[in-house]
Design a protein around this ligand. Structure first.
Ligand code: ADP
Ligand code: DAR
Length: 332
């Protein structure tokens, strides 16, 4: 059952009907995606940080159930070096793990999130973050490519190669994320495309580190350093209780999804593959991301939990889950 529907009782609807967040969102705006897409799992999006306060009576039970994060819990910590966590490459011969990617969602403090942002504010945010990205040096120096000036062919090639985002799906469309598409959207990347930043997709920023093969520790450290350089220039929206704040409540806390594209031709055929991954606290996606399919026995396996754990624990969960999946794949 859609969590927004489950928790929006008639009494709560009456209580929230007069409420308006700083971005102007009313209850109808928060739940519009779920209302228009009854097959939503969550069905609610935040238009700004204030939505998580003003509509906490709806968001808190959704967050408690989705993240197993009771309303008196507090997200702790911030991204730290891996230090004592030793995670040697699980596939040094690159026989099984095709690629590794870690992304965090971030919204800039004080700016309405993509579901609510105005066209002008989105362009201003693009200009503001461009000043930061164009100032990155060394291994983080790169170039920005706005979607408004990008040929369809280039967009298709970058998307098919797993670097660029697609236009938001129907859930995001109903949430208002696609308004004024493609103005103000774009992608920054280094020449080797191992450090990338999506601008004005589902969140203001998706900061990404990725590379071929299974070097999870390397990918993590690159992300941590690049993120730190960006955060020195712009403040991120966060709350003491929920950590980093995202448009969709599924991405709160660390807002981190660490994933591998991995060949699991035998395991992937098992009827209980999804259940097995869930037991290992892992999510399963197809090779083109959310709502896509596996191809040639290749799966996108990632940490499921984002809130109430640290970034290092996200990596630990993925790593130990992958060890078990690789062993099971080998032993049949
Ligand atoms: P998110 O950015 O929230 O993780 P998706 O799951 O839709 O969103 O993935 C976005 C893009 O990143 C998709 O093109 C997907 O193929 C690509 N991707 C995700 N994980 C990996 C990975 N480990 N290696 C290569 N590409 C990846
Ligand atoms: N489809 C929406 C959102 C689920 C999480 N995925 C995101 N945020 N991209 C739903 O409510 O099911």
């Amino acid at each position: 059952m859609m969590l927004a529907e489950k928790y929006l009782t008639e009494n709560l609807r009456k209580t929230l009907n007069g409420v308006q967040a700083e971005c102007g969102f009313k209850l109808a705006d928060v739940i519009r995606s779920g209302h228009e897409n009854p097959d939503s799992n969550i069905g609610a999006y935040a238009g700004d940080a204030d939505c998580y306060v003003k509509f906490s009576a709806l968001f808190d039970p959704i967050i408690a159930e989705y993240h197993s994060f009771p309303s008196d819990s507090e997200h702790r910590g911030d991204i730290q070096p891996l230090d004592s966590l030793t995670i040697p490459n699980l596939d040094p011969d690159n026989a099984q793990i095709l690629s590794t990617r870690i992304r965090v969602a971030r919204n800039i403090e004080g700016v309405d999130f993509p579901p609510a942002i105005t066209a002008n504010a989105r362009l201003e945010l693009e200009r503001r973050i461009l000043r930061v990205l164009n100032n990155l040096k060394g291994e983080f120096a790169g170039s920005y490519h706005s979607l408004a000036n990008m040929t369809e062919e280039t967009q298709k090639q970058l998307t098919q190669s797993h670097f660029l985002f697609k236009k938001g799906d129907r859930f995001l469309d109903s949430a208002g994320v696609n308004r004024d598409w493609p103005n103000g959207r774009g992608i920054f990347y280094t020449s080797d495309k191992t450090f990338l930043v999506w601008v004005n997709e589902e969140d203001h920023l998706r900061i990404i580190s990725m590379q071929q093969g299974g070097g999870l520790a390397n990918v993590y450290e690159r992300l941590r350093q690049g993120l730190e350089k960006i955060n020195e220039q712009v403040p991120f929206a966060r709350s003491h209780r929920l950590g980093y704040l995202s448009s969709c409540p599924t991405n709160l806390g660390t807002a981190m999804r660490a994933s591998v594209h991995i060949k699991l031709p035998r395991l992937g055929q098992r009827r209980d593959f999804g259940k097995l991954c869930n037991q290992l606290q892992l999510s399963v996606r197809g090779i083109h991301g959310e709502h896509s399919k596996s191809e040639n026995g290749i799966w996108d396996i990632s940490n499921k939990q984002r809130l109430g754990i640290t970034e290092v624990e996200c990596i630990e969960i993925l790593y130990s889950g992958l060890e078990k999946l690789i062993r099971l794949e080998e032993n049949g």
